[in-house]
Design a protein around this ligand. Structure first.
Ligand code: NAP
Length: 168
């Protein structure tokens, strides 16, 4: 039984994340998706709550043919303790996937190898670019799975982002 751990902020969850997870699913029996910076929401760079991100990911991966667990993980003030914090919140795992240099370093220091999966069409599939499109009232829907479009519509996500940015 191999259980893989993949962490991101998912602000929002998009096709780049989806392609990485579908590739991980080809070799792992189960997948844990950690929602990083779970405490943040209603900010221009972090508009969506942990619960909204849980909804996006859970719905978008419904077609996956293996179990997955979506776990919100709050940031903590001490990087040296972060891996223990993650382990205390997530089901046990034996493989880690991340492209974040700090995450790679922190897991390496406790002896866990981290694979850095390349993201599919990185220029298009990028959280910052998608938030920018939303802010500017431009089309963003083709960059995220349909399930994510419906969650963002349901919560009035674009209006929230524009209002907190003061750009509407
Ligand atoms: P992040 O800071 O949210 O994202 C870093 C960048 O990496 C983003 O531009 C992201 O793209 C991009 N990215 C993610 N996966 C990628 C991939 N497979 N290929 C290319 N680029 C990729 O960091 P994160 O790695 O997504 O999430 C790490 C989480 O762990 C954060 O929430 C961080 O706060 C948390 N953390 C906390 C502590 C602590 O509390 N002390 C310590 C370490 C890490 P998108 O914007 O498109 O997603």
């Amino acid at each position: 039984m191999s259980r893989a751990f993949y962490i991101g902020r998912f602000q929002p969850y998009h096709y780049g994340h989806q392609s990485v997870l579908e590739r991980i699913a080809e070799t792992a029996d189960e997948i844990i998706i950690g929602i990083g910076s779970a405490q943040l929401s209603h900010e221009v760079n972090n508009p969506f709550t942990a619960g909204e991100r849980v909804l996006m990911i859970t719905r978008a991966l419904a077609h996956l043919d293996r179990p997955y667990y979506v776990i919100p993980i709050q940031d903590i003030q001490r990087n040296a303790l972060w891996v223990a914090h993650v382990r205390s919140m997530a089901p046990p795992f034996d493989r880690v996937y991340s492209s974040n240099p700090l995450v790679v370093r922190l897991f390496a220091e406790v002896g866990m190898a981290v694979e850095s999966p390349a993201m599919y069409e990185r220029e298009t599939h990028c959280g910052t670019a998608i938030r920018e499109l939303m802010l500017n009232g431009e089309p963003w829907e083709s960059r995220v799975p349909p399930a994510v479009v419906s969650v963002i519509r349901e919560i009035g996500g674009v209006e929230r982002l524009q209002q907190i940015a003061g750009s509407d």
